[in-house]
Design a protein around this ligand. Structure first.
Ligand SMILES: Nc1ncnc2c1ncn2[C@@H]1O[C@H](COP(=O)(O)OP(=O)(O)OP(=O)(O)O)[C@@H](O)[C@H]1O
Length: 744
């Protein structure tokens, strides 16, 4: 019954998001044929002809008199209806009222935000900053914003979670807002700023972040007493009629893979002042959309967010093609002469475009937490390199990223390079720890960590297979774990991300698609279940916690054969392996957990084996039918293989049921630390009566205390810190404190 009510509440919140629910049986669900995933081992001569999947389905277990019954709820997101509404509201003519002007004019940024005032940002932006309690610019914002406002190009490197999005976003929005008409029209908007990001999630996040800065009127009105009074009257009548929402002065939208075709079309028809996109999808569109290609030739701002990742993501060709649209003519000729065009690519429909537009005004911003020092120097030497390409044709750029930067047509003869990356890549509010254990024991240690240090944990694995193995295991152990990887449908990816964001005690099991840029509030721990493949990935993964001066913890799980890689990885960051402290583990507790994990694994293996046998049998039948082959009479007469497989399946099911009951019993047993007496809570070597009375205890593990992982490690770390490092840290902390105010 517990399960049912949990699902119900989830569905209730879904319905607020305009979801429709219908109950179905398994056969009537909207199954879709999908290609066979390579890493599942189903891509070769495995005999599987077709795989089907279904999405948007919640399974609800209902307790009935006959026992537990699974029911399926299909969720239809009524996106179209919603989109239609929004589109209409966008087209509604709006006459600016005095209230709008009042709202802008009354915001006293000098008084309310003295640290931002000197930039003289558009009031709409300062109101947003005020609303978000961003009382001071972060160091990268202080360094980049004045330069960007001054028409300069910027290459910015700063630690993860340090506010790079607004470092480039605010100058862009400021300039667009200043240039925007006071009475915005609902006509098509040409793209003026293009922001390219490596992943879909990051693109959506950046566009949401920028839109939040552009739509602050009502929120701000709520916060500021005087404004509230003035704007309330106007807002009242409009609350239930979103159709009257005026078009924004400046709009931002994201175009990423996985968007519904209608939504994409609507965004493109409507246009956006700021377009945030992943290179792959954008180039697909550009090949057919000449109008958009022409707009990109007149861009005012170009941003490469996480530039170094973009070239790794396998979209270099698309990225390069997009960048070509932003070149001035002379540059375009030069690069076409010098560098052979990426084979197989062509400018469909773009070559014919003879429009000669002088594009001297475009500003370029390149941001990341990890751009090598060499590369930064190369940006400075860029003009020289560019010239030398003519004289020494054989000279190749040092790296693909160098090559990428060479392909950028900075209008600024000397782009400003701002490097605020911390030494060794470690953010000052991050504590690192490690667990050295056998690969086979990582599941138990992970389980231990999760129970010992409850919170929101982002677990990174290097393979999708690993995620598929861990997900059911976590479910059996009553842990809320959500997968995130490239083979999930986009809608499922976002849904899982949302669930993780809204569930305080949960795990996101992710591949490195979640390593960059994602700004998930309150990730307490980042766990490297498998070693990252490079130092940069280590930095970016860690950067999902300890953001915006909050505390965070990262834990490296290191098997003996991974130590070499860890040493090399830290060596790249000019760090030693022993700088990362080992976590102390309560081994008696670990033994108890081992039994649970082993049982959960057995359940999963039996279940998997039984399912596999069924699938194999179905496959043989379907293949035979498709090839019009007659099967062995025993096999053929045994419809569905029920007869021959039934005893085995029944045996497996019985075995699974027994094991599940055992596991349930195990999970119901309290885990008690050594030296604690559960019977006599006031005695024993460590009486826990006081903890119980105060309510300050770990309910999953009695007697271990409630301290967090950071404080456990910090105790050891502090003792070992040398005088020199203390001085260094102090200086850095002082710098960081300059912009905080939200630490905690
Ligand atoms: N001036 C500010 N004061 C306080 N918080 C801020 C400020 N500017 C941005 N933030 C917040 O800091 C968080 C991190 O910002 P952002 O995502 O831009 O970081 P980032 O540097 O791009 O990180 P990453 O390198 O991981 O992509 C966000 O939640 C953002 O809202």
């Amino acid at each position: 019954m517990k399960n049912l009510s949990r699902k119900r509440s989830a569905l209730a919140s879904s319905s607020r998001k305009k979801l429709k629910l219908t109950h179905d049986n398994a056969d009537s669900l909207p199954w879709k044929i999908v290609s066979r995933p390579v890493e599942s081992g189903l891509d070769g001569d495995d005999g599987v002809l077709e795989l089907e999947e279904v999405e948007g389905v919640e399974i609800i277990y209902e307790e009935t008199e006959q026992g537990k019954v699974a029911r399926f709820s299909t969720i239809y997101v009524d996106e179209d209806m919603q989109e239609e509404k929004n589109a209409k509201s966008f087209e509604e003519p709006v006459i600016e009222s005095e209230d709008d002007i009042f709202l802008e004019d009354t915001f006293d940024s000098e008084k309310l935000l003295p640290d931002w005032h000197l930039y003289r940002l558009h009031p709409q932006l300062t109101k947003c900053l005020h609303h978000n309690n961003f009382s001071k610019p972060t160091p990268i914002q202080s360094a980049a914003i004045p330069i960007a406002l001054n028409q300069r190009d910027v290459v910015g490197v700063a630690q993860t979670g340090s506010g790079k999005t607004l470092a480039y976003g605010l100058p862009i929005l400021h300039k667009l807002l200043l240039a925007a008409p006071r009475k915005p029209s609902s006509k098509h908007r040409p793209v003026q700023a293009l922001i390219l990001t490596p992943t879909r999630e990051l693109a959506l996040q950046v566009s949401t972040h920028l839109n939040a800065c552009l739509n602050t009127k009502t929120e701000d009105a709520d916060k500021d007493g005087i404004i509230k009074e003035k704007s309330q009257g106007k807002a009242k009548g409009n609350y239930n009629s979103p159709a009257k929402k005026p078009p924004p002065r400046v709009s931002a939208a994201a175009i990423v893979g996985g968007l519904s075709a209608q939504k994409q079309k609507r965004i493109l028809d409507r246009g956006a002042d700021v377009l945030v996109a992943t290179p792959g999808r954008l180039w697909d569109i550009l090949e057919e959309n000449e109008m958009l290609a022409a707009e990109l030739k007149r861009l005012k701002f170009l941003v490469l967010d996480e530039a170094d990742r973009m070239i790794e993501a396998g979209h270099f060709a698309e990225l390069d093609n997009i960048l070509r649209l932003t070149l001035r003519e002379s540059e375009e000729d030069q690069i076409q002469d010098d560098v052979p065009f990426i084979s197989g690519q062509h400018h469909a429909g773009l070559e014919d475009d003879k429009e000669k537009v002088v594009r001297d005004q475009m500003q370029t911003f390149v941001f990341s937490a990890t751009l090598s020092k060499d590369l930064q120097k190369n940006v400075k030497r860029r003009a020289k390199l560019q010239r030398s390409r003519h004289s020494k044709k054989s000279e190749k750029p040092a790296s693909t990223l160098d090559d990428l930067l060479l392909r950028l047509d900075f209008r600024d003869p000397e782009p400003e390079v701002i490097d605020l990356s911390p030494e060794g890549g470690v953010v000052s509010t991050l504590t690192e720890g490690k667990i050295q254990c056998l690969s086979a024991d990582k599941d138990v240690y992970l389980y231990y960590f999760f129970l010992r240090y409850p919170g929101r944990s982002l677990v990174f694995l290097s393979s999708i297979d690993g995620i598929r193995r861990l997900s059911p295991l976590a479910e059996l152990l009553n842990i809320k774990a959500y997968p995130l990887h490239s083979q999930l449908e986009q809608r499922q990816r976002l849904k899982n991300l949302d669930r993780f964001k809204s569930t305080p005690n949960s795990i996101l099991l992710a591949t490195d698609i979640a390593a960059r840029g994602l700004d998930i509030p309150s990730v307490d721990h980042v766990i490297h279940y498998q070693i990252p493949r490079s130092a940069d990935v280590y930095i970016h993964r860690n950067g999902r916690t300890a953001r915006a001066m909050r505390k965070g913890f990262s834990m490296l799980m290191c098997a003996p054969d991974e130590r070499k890689v860890v040493r090399a990885l830290l060596g790249n960051l000019r760090r030693q392996e022993n700088e990362i402290q080992e976590m102390s583990i309560d081994l008696s507790m670990l033994d108890k957990l081992k039994a649970r994990v082993q049982l959960a694994r057995q359940i999963e293996t039996t279940h998997h084996k039984s399912n596999k046998a069924k699938h194999e049998r179905n496959w043989i039948k379907e293949t035979a039918e498709a090839m019009e082959i007659e099967l062995d009479s025993d096999f053929a007469s045994d419809s569905d293989g029920e007869n021959s497989m039934k005893p085995q399946r029944k045996a497996d099911q019985a075995k699974t049921a027994v094991m599940k009951a055992q596991l349930k019993q195990m999970l119901a047993q309290p885990l008690i630390a050594r030296g604690i007496s559960a019977k006599y809570i006031t005695s024993g070597s460590h009486p826990i009566i006081e903890e119980l009375i105060s309510g300050d205890y770990n309910e999953k593990m009695l007697g271990v205390g409630v301290n967090d992982a950071e404080s456990d490690i910090s105790k050891v770390k502090k003792k070992k810190k040398t005088q020199a490092t203390v001085v260094k840290t102090l200086q850095k902390d002082e710098r960081d404190e300059e912009w905080t105010g939200i630490a905690g």
